[in-house]
Design a protein around this ligand. Structure first.
Ligand SMILES: [Zn+2]
Length: 288
């Protein structure tokens, strides 16, 4: 019996590989949508138990927990993957099921959620992330075949010799060789028609940025990265956390973005806002 085991494993591996190949061959890139869409995937919850880091008292907050959305934008001319989770898909048990990492839990890995909406990692034209923290870049390596849109200060920090706390480089190191466009303008118009704009909002990290979408039915919507974590930070005007890369820059970015939201009649989606995120429809449903 024992001598047959390697043969069995070899066969199982071969079957697994051919099944994987068949799946890859079966995948047809999705039809480009007629107008802009945004898909929100559930990439888990940070079970934070207080708002101390944000100078918020528990009684001032609706919830101390934070949502982690993963975000895919589909435009008639291509796709953009934005923030992509805290727990990499490879950390999930084989066959699916929930995973946990520190104080984060997540029910389903990202790529199967994308597949349910018709997308594979190879369908992604552009990758851009609000910033390099671990809860935004977990699956970045899956999109290393896309063109990476990033600010030079952010990329330099990601590949400096000093590790980023709680953001393992093994989750994003393959981006080093990705086709890359260094964003050198305050606003970067991704598809050239003003529908998808990446806007600089530094402070939380050196090259932190927000994503502005001009959706035909939903209206102008900003995915704000970690400009704020809780909605009460906006109304109670608390100082940005002392852990920011630059508290001064964060404070200035908040003033600038609030003015921008008003002037351009844009609605803000705070990505970590647990209550607001719970109300958003999740992929395969989408906003357009
Ligand atoms: Zn975050």
């Amino acid at each position: 019996m024992r001598s047959k085991l390697p043969i069995f494993i070899g066969t199982a591996l071969a079957l697994g590989v051919s099944a994987g190949l068949a799946r890859a061959q079966a995948h047809r890139p999705p039809k480009a949508p007629a107008s802009l869409r945004v898909y929100i995937f559930d990439c888990g919850v940070i079970h934070t138990t207080n708002g101390d880091a944000y100078s918020l008292k528990k009684e001032e907050m609706a919830s101390t927990e934070m949502s982690i959305p993963c975000i895919l934008v589909a435009h008639p001319k291509g796709t953009l993957m934005w923030d992509n989770g805290d727990i990499p898909d490879r950390a999930f048990p084989p066959g699916g099921g929930p995973a946990s990492l520190g104080v984060v839990t997540q029910d389903k890995p990202l790529l199967p959620q994308m597949a349910a909406a018709g997308y594979a990692a190879s369908d992604i034209t552009y990758l851009s992330m609000s910033h390099y923290h671990g809860d935004h870049v977990a699956n970045a390596n899956s999109f290393a075949g896309a063109t990476w849109l990033v600010r030079k200060v952010e990329r330099d920090r990601m590949f400096s010799t000093e590790p980023i706390v709680r953001s393992p480089a093994e989750n994003y190191n393959e981006l080093k060789n990705s086709k890359t466009i260094l964003l050198d303008k305050d606003e970067w118009d991704v598809f050239g028609d003003g529908a998808v704009v990446i806007k600089s909002a530094p402070g939380h990290s050196p090259g932190h940025q927000v994503l502005v979408l001009n959706l035909a039915s939903t209206g102008r919507t900003m995915l704000a990265g970690d400009l704020y974590h809780y909605p009460q930070e906006r109304t109670l005007h608390r100082q940005p956390p002392t852990t920011e890369f630059s508290v001064e820059q964060s404070a200035a970015s908040r003033v600038m973005i609030e003015e921008y939201l008003k002037r351009t009649k844009t609605e803000i989606w705070i990505e970590h806002d647990f209550a607001a995120n719970a109300k958003l429809k999740k992929a395969p449903a989408y906003y357009e």
